[in-house]
Design a protein around this ligand. Structure first.
Ligand code: ZN
Length: 64
């Protein structure tokens, strides 16, 4: 299954695998627009690179 908007590994430049979501309640660390008001936190996507194996996390984009 391919993602519409895969995260690209900043090291290798390949599409990464989205393998988990987590909620970060430390909302002050994020752009207020990324905070999900229903959850009271920011949904973060964890992505792992198939090439180098590193994991990176990004805030899920909230569609207005
Ligand atoms: Zn990589």
């Amino acid at each position: 299954m391919r993602e519409k908007n895969p995260m690209i590994c900043p090291v290798c430049g390949v599409a990464m695998n989205h393998h988990a979501d987590k909620i970060d309640y430390n909302v002050e660390a994020h752009d207020a627009a990324a905070v999900d008001p229903d959850l009271g936190g920011v949904v973060e996507e964890a992505h792992t690179c198939p090439e180098c194996g590193q994991t990176f996390v990004r805030a899920e984009r909230v569609e207005a």
